[in-house]
Design a protein around this ligand. Structure first.
Ligand code: HEC
Length: 698
């Protein structure tokens, strides 16, 4: 090799080395300053709602209302998961982090989709039956070279962001308690502490929010939503105040209130805001006989980040009796209201009212109905309390109340567009039948326990449904200052997803019609829609790399909405969840959907007596309807659409646990094979009853 050439090669080598070194140079770690200044790095998505205020608004504007028609798939990755994918990804320094059912977390090269690492915390499958509403995971937190996740079985795990190796892991649920807890929410890191709540209020589990040191996993503080037993525990001042609002021996019954989703942070005020869960059992008679507000159920509570001390609370549903959680996403903003700049928290909880609260003092600024509501007439702004409809505190006569237990808005993230001044979220018209169940006995550790009849009265439900208004599902754009709807997009099907807003005057949402759609943020006009073979129920994110803006969404149909979906035929979805990434001019194409069970097969002949079918129906309502829908319509898997082979395998599946890896566990602990057969008979009857409808459905 000539001298000159050698020299050039060396020089080139240096250049290559230098560029590699630059690429590999550890970027500035994600810390509080970086998240607080997220707007100075609009290409990143560093925390679950992008910013501490969780407005889910991307300042990126390469994709506009004019060119969004050219948006196409850049790349996709099969997640290999069945069930609902509820987490938005994070995009930190070129790496996309996604978590999926069973808390499997994957790091992808955000440009190409190449898998960098995958971590499976091996959650025991029994949790598929303990979780009320699917084996969900709602997100991840990035902090100083770590990706932090929470698992369904209650662990908080810090992974090395580059390798996926475990740095520390702690169990966040107290051991030795009888309660059926799970953890489905996304951890957040505020002020160097990881915050995580829990779920299980359906099983009356008393909720708490705990903070851990982000470097070591050491516990820093805990806030109890339901005050502990005052006879055995020295209560804090806040717990004493709360205990006065309970009657009887609530600590034996549990109480509920699990804060399973929203936790946000104001880094200037140094306040954490947490949304708390519903009362458990639902019917207050059983958990606090004689009434009371039952603090801190169904509330937004503000706590000091350094020690978890109580600062203020606003209870949205005092003495909740309808499964009205206040865990829905809380969003912070600074708004001009009545000529003053107000620092507010905005909230659209299950109970159907949109609240604007002063986030420094807890004062209610305004509250209006965003959906049809019958449990209360209005919120009295003087007292801050709802003016309840007296019949809504139900007795033994079943009554229909709106919203129902699924809520008018559930966990689906809201987005805010500051230019349009609008908050976007999915609304579902919902109603449920409530009645006092005199035979109810609460068992600590039992799974779903309500104390109000609901779905175990199929005949009553069917009658009442006939007189209830037709369900409506829509995306709403809400003006939080005027407390008024600005526009809506109606959907035929229940179950559209969370929201992303971008500075391109766009709002992105996954739809129950198995598409991803974009609307003008100011008017709601649809400007783009693409079939994606999945219902992206999670909220999309946006990021930018090498000057290219991407939209990314982790898509997988499921979650509580799907379990409760009524009258919906399973959409034609791909069997597995997928991560989908879009850019202008993207040309990637999804493979054709292969549906496992494309043809509807006639059911086997009905055997057994009328009584067998009735008994089977009751057992179905108690044991199966939570996931397979009331009256076996819709749900996670519509059992009216079983194949001939599945009918044959019925006992193997229900008693033998043949599908346990897919979240359908054995019910041998609560059902005999003969009882399972009666459930089967009930299902065969249901298929015959609905045969015409099933055959005519798409
Ligand atoms: C905690 C949720 C849950 C509950 C409760 C539940 N299932 Fe399932 N079930 C599932 C899931 C998830 C699947 C889909 C599994 C798969 O993908 O194959 C399923 C599938 C099935 C299937 C197969 C259907 C088909 O067409 O492939 C049958 C049969 C079934 N369940 C019966 C029952 C019965 C009977 C009960 C009540 C005793 C029940 N399930 C309760 C979650 C549940």
């Amino acid at each position: 090799m000539g001298r000159l050439l050698k020299c050039a090669a060396v020089l080139a080598g240096i250049a290559i080395f230098a560029s590699l070194a630059q690429a590999a140079a550890p970027p500035r770690p994600v810390d509080g300053a970086r998240i607080a200044n997220a707007d100075s790095e609009p290409g990143q998505w560093l925390s679950i709602g992008r910013t501490y205020d969780e407005q889910r608004h991307s300042p990126l504007k390469q994709i506009t209302t004019a060119n969004v028609k050219n948006l196409g798939l850049a790349w996709y990755a099969d997640l290999g998961s069945v069930r609902g994918v509820e987490a938005s990804p994070l995009m930190v320094d070129g790496v996309l982090y996604v978590t999926q059912p069973w808390n499997i977390t994957t790091a992808y090269d955000a440009r190409t989709g190449k898998v960098l690492w995958k971590y499976d915390p091996k959650v025991p499958v029994k949790y598929a039956r303990i979780a009320c509403c699917d084996i969900d995971a709602r997100g991840l937190a990035a902090w100083k070279g770590k990706i932090i996740q929470a698992t369904l079985d209650g662990r908080l795990i810090a992974l090395n962001a580059r390798t996926g190796k475990v740095i520390w892991s702690v169990q966040t649920l107290d051991e030795g308690t009888p309660w059926a807890y799970t953890v489905t929410g996304s951890p957040r890191v505020f002020d160097g502490k990881v915050l995580i709540g829990n779920a299980g209020a359906e099983a009356a589990a008393p909720g708490y929010l705990t903070a851990y040191d982000a470097e070591t996993g050491k516990k820093a503080w805990r806030f109890h939503v339901v005050p502990p037993n005052p006879n055995t525990t020295k209560l804090t001042k806040a717990e004493e105040m709360a205990a006065k609002t309970w009657k009887g021996e609530w600590w034996k019954i549990g109480g509920g209130g699990t804060p399973w989703d929203s936790i946000v942070y104001d880094p200037v005020a140094k306040l954490v805001y947490v949304g708390t869960g519903n009362g458990g059992p639902y019917n207050q008679v059983f958990r606090s006989p004689g009434g009371g507000d039952n603090l801190f159920l169904a509330s937004v509570v503000a706590l000091k980040v350094e020690n978890g001390d109580y600062v203020w609370h606003y209870q949205e549903t005092p003495g909740d009796q309808w499964d009205y959680t206040s865990t829905q996403p809380i969003m912070l903003a600074d708004l001009q209201i009545g000529g003053r700049l107000r620092k507010v928290a905005m909230h659209a909880p299950k109970n159907g009212f949109f609240y604007v609260i002063d986030r420094l003092t807890g004062e209610l600024i305004s509250a209006e109905k965003y959906a049809p509501v019958t449990w209360a007439e209005r919120i009295d702004l003087k007292t801050g309390r709802p003016v309840e409809n007296p019949i809504s505190r139900y007795g033994t006569t079943p009554i229909s109340i709106s919203p129902g237990r699924g809520g008018a808005h559930n966990w689906h993230p809201m987005a805010y567009n500051p230019a349009a001044g609008l908050v976007y979220f999915p609304v579902t018209f919902s109603a449920d039948i409530y009645a006092y169940d005199p035979n109810f006995k609460q068992v600590p550790g039992g799974i779903i326990q309500t104390g109000s009849h609901q779905s175990n009265m199929p005949e009553v439900r069917a009658q009442l449904r006939a007189v209830m208004p037709k369900p409506q599902n829509y995306l709403v754009a809400w003006d939080p200052v005027k407390q008024k709807e600005a526009w809506r997009v109606n959907y035929q099907r229940n179950g559209s997803g969370g929201l992303l807003s971008t500075a391109g005057n766009l709002v992105f949402q996954g739809t129950a019609d198995t598409t991803l759609a974009a609307y003008r943020a100011d008017t709601g006009a649809k400007v783009w829609e693409m079939p994606v073979q999945q219902v992206p129920i999670a909220a999309p994110i946006s990021y930018m790399l090498d000057g290219v803006q991407y939209i990314a969404v982790a898509a997988g149909y499921g979650g509580g909405r799907a379990e409760m979906a009524y009258n919906t035929v399973e959409p034609d979805v791909a069997e597995y969840g997928r991560l989908l990434v879009f850019k202008l001019g993207g040309k990637a194409v999804l493979p054709k959907v292969t549906i496992a069970n494309p043809t509807l097969e006639p059911p086997p002949r009905l055997t057994g007596s009328v009584d067998d079918v009735l008994v089977g129906g009751e057992l179905y309502a108690k044991t199966c309807s939570g996931c397979h829908g009331d009256e076996a319509r819709g749900g996670l898997k519509d059992l009216r659409r079983m194949s001939a082979q599945t009918h044959k395998d019925f006992q193997n599946i229900v008693i033998g646990g043949a599908r346990k890896e897919r979240g359908m566990l054995s019910f041998a602990d609560v059902l005999t094979p003969a009882q399972a057969e009666n459930i089967h008979r009930f299902l065969i009857k249901r298929i015959n009853d609905d045969w015409i409808e099933l055959k005519n459905a798409k």
